[in-house]
Write a protein that binds this ligand. Structure first.
Ligand SMILES: O=C(O)C(=O)C[C@]1(C(=O)O)C=C[C@@H](O)C=C1
Length: 309
């Protein structure tokens, strides 16, 4: 049997696994990894070609483990994204009643998304964090684990022989999580017109106006941002970098110009890829920011420099 070419945050039954199954066209069996850093390490070391990892949740925001592991270490590239709805149930061993649940286990993002329900229905229960919701279900299946219930997806609970003690326990029933397919540096996928570009900016020095200067690179070129968050640079306390998703593709003139501007003013810019948007929503390009506008401006400048042209 040929070894798996790609992997995901496992074990089987995680939301990441469900997101991977929607991609459909990846060859062969996928390999589960116990954590996001382990999955990305497997790509960096060449063990697998690509892995799918969670990057952003509509309720909890960025997945820090993913943002940090993408930023630091050997370069990686995002080539695809997928967004799925996430709903959570509470799974227990057969015979355990909801009122007997004292010890709950789940992924920290899942716990955060069910905080209101836990406070209302299991106020005395303690919640332990696990690397994924499916790993939490595996733990609950073992009566010796000391855990009574897992917050997870039905596929994870049922596959471990567990039963639902409560369903639909997320505080926001419309929550969605976004996942990215990550590989070693590869040619950027062709522009589709509905694309996203992900990058991380490290400022030269921590001073007033530095973030504004970064934002101006996008705003002045009519580029809309879909996500921006600060993460510690891991150097000194109070030193942050900015993880950014921008609407557009490396081959869009406005994105290219913004990237060149960032390269000039930042200490470092980590380019993490341009890839098609999962929702295929086309950006609204403000007047003066289409490729033709940049080309026409460059031609005008060339004529100023050489009127004989
Ligand atoms: O634990 C899982 O099932 C995962 O796929 C991870 C993860 C996350 O990192 O946010 C994915 C989706 C949900 O928001 C909860 C957990």
């Amino acid at each position: 049997m040929t070894p798996p070419t790609h992997g995901y945050l496992g074990p089987a039954g995680t939301f990441t696994h469900q997101a991977l199954l929607t991609l459909g066209d990846l060859p062969g069996e996928a390999r589960p990894f116990p954590s996001v850093p382990a999955a990305l390490h497997a790509v960096r070391s060449g063990e697998v070609e690509a892995v799918l990892v969670p990057i952003e949740n509509s309720v909890e925001g960025g997945v820090s483990a993913t943002l940090d592991a993408l930023t630091h270490g050997e370069p990686l590239t995002i080539t695809r994204e997928v967004v799925i709805d996430v709903q959570f149930d509470l799974y227990v061993r057969p015979g355990t009643a909801l009122e007997d649940v004292r010890e709950v286990i789940t992924h920290p993002h899942a716990a955060a998304q069910c905080r209101g329900w836990l406070d209302a229905h299991l106020p005395g229960a303690s919640v332990t964090e696990r690397g994924s919701t499916a790993a939490a279900a595996v733990a609950v299946a073992d009566p010796a684990s000391g855990f009574d219930a897992a917050i997870c997806a039905p596929v994870a609970g049922r596959s471990q022989g567990l039963v639902a003690a409560a369903v639909g326990i997320a505080d926001n029933p419309d929550a969605q999580t976004r996942f990215v397919l990550v590989s070693r540096p590869a040619p950027v996928p062709p522009r589709t017109g509905a694309d996203k570009t992900t990058l991380v900016c490290f400022m030269r020095v921590d001073r007033s106006g530095a973030l504004l200067e970064i934002l101006e690179q996008f705003a002045s070129r009519g580029v809309n941002l879909c996500r921006i968050e600060s993460r510690p640079t891991r150097t000194t306390l109070g030193n942050y970098c900015f993880s950014i998703d921008a609407e557009g593709h490396l081959d869009d003139a406005r994105i290219a110009e913004a990237l060149m501007g960032l390269h000039r003013i930042c200490q470092d810019v980590v380019f993490l890829g341009s890839y098609p948007r999962a929702d295929a929503v086309l950006p609204s390009v403000a007047a003066g920011h289409a490729d033709d506008d940049y080309a026409e401006a460059a031609a005008w400048l060339a004529r100023l420099r050489d009127p004989a042209r």
